[in-house]
Write a protein that binds this ligand. Structure first.
Ligand SMILES: [Mn+2]
Length: 352
């Protein structure tokens, strides 16, 4: 297991020098944030980014994310040219020593939360999700105001896009994902770059849009439809764990044994239904006892089934007065990294 940390590039207030000082840290997980979705990441820009990282004494072996263009998810006649670009990006990343690409296949919306500054009892704040609040939003009727929604679309563009997705059900989206991956696989195998899909967050349909990377049945289907270890998973515990039917320890063991877990997003969440009984969770500190997920059990399952991929502490809370990018401050993620590192060391040494 290699411990890494997400870094949002040169403008991230959490600097490479800070990240390097976290015990056990080997590298960062980053991306080229200035290249529009669908365009090729040119080798010069990739190498310039890598130089910044390696000059700081860190590695850049995982990219999160190379975004997938909506035309690919929609399966339109524009997809082949866009997949060609994606393939060229993979080739260029391979030349720079990248080993894993994290991506997602969620239509229109990426991760969704209802609150980015939910106040917890200890005075920290964190990201939270209230099903009741999300259900009150209909992006087809009202202009969208969603925390974290970057408003990359105008209201009209969003309406048009949602309209086009009316013709895309789960089956169609799955076919489009398989088409995309089948075109990528020969290049991934040739270049030794593993694709690691990030699960849908949360792992269920939102705003009527299909979501298909959300539970064991969907993952089984995806892995058998494109049966290559280069078609793998970013095991994001906080995403999959939001569905209480997902048995994360079992899934971690199963997919690690299959050699499909290339990247671990370790995050804990705590379920606390609202007084009215609506589904609600907030993100919690990483240790098992702080949330609802068995972080030790997940790490043990990965360890005992040969996981050799990359790990990063996923979202942290804002603590000690820190107010940086929600989920991506320094302090709580650094605490998370040392916790994960310690648990891993204990599991590893006691198993020998
Ligand atoms: Mn994640």
């Amino acid at each position: 297991m290699k411990m890494t940390f997400r870094w949002y590039g040169p403008k991230d207030p959490v600097t490479l020098d800070m990240i390097r000082q976290i015990p056990g840290m080997t590298g960062v997980v980053t991306a080229l944030y200035t290249i529009p979705v669908g365009q090729v990441w040119d080798l010069d820009s990739i190498l310039a980014l890598k130089k910044q990282v390696t000059d700081a004494g860190l590695e850049m072996e995982v990219i999160e994310s190379v975004p997938v263009h909506e035309e690919i998810k929609l399966g339109s006649d524009k997809r082949d040219a866009l997949i060609d670009n994606y393939i060229q990006t993979i080739r260029n990343l391979a030349k720079a020593g990248v080993k894993v690409i994290c991506y997602n296949f969620m239509p229109v919306f990426d991760w969704v939360r209802s609150d980015l500054h939910y106040n917890t009892k200890d005075g920290s704040n964190c990201l939270a999700y209230s099903q009741e609040q999300i259900d009150a939003i209909d992006p087809k009727k009202q202009s969208l105001s969603l925390p974290g929604w970057d408003e990359s679309y105008t209201k009209e563009e969003l309406q048009n896009l949602l309209k086009r997705y009316e013709a895309v059900d789960e089956e169609k989206l799955f076919d489009n994902m398989v088409y995309f991956l089948k075109r990528l696989m020969p290049v991934c195998e040739e270049c030794d770059v593993k694709m690691a899909v990030h699960p849908d967050d949360p792992p269920w349909s939102l705003f009527g849009l299909p979501r298909i990377v959300r539970d064991e049945a969907h993952l089984d289907r995806l892995f058998s439809a494109v049966d290559s270890k280069y078609n793998g998973l970013t095991l994001c515990t906080g995403s999959l764990g939001a569905d209480r039917n997902n048995d994360l320890v079992k899934m971690a063991a199963k997919y690690a044994k299959m050699g499909r877990v290339h990247f671990l997003h370790a995050r804990n969440i705590k379920f606390t239904n609202t007084e009215e009984g609506h589904m609600f969770f907030h993100e919690s500190p990483h240790p098992t006892e702080c949330g609802s997920l068995d972080m030790y059990g997940i790490l043990k399952a990965l360890h005992d089934n040969g996981f050799e991929g990359y790990t990063r502490p996923d979202h942290g809370r804002n603590i000690w007065g820190e107010e940086r990018r929600p989920g991506y401050g320094l302090y709580d993620r650094a605490l998370g990294a040392t916790y994960l590192y310690g648990v891993w060391e204990a599991i590893d040494k006691s198993s020998k």
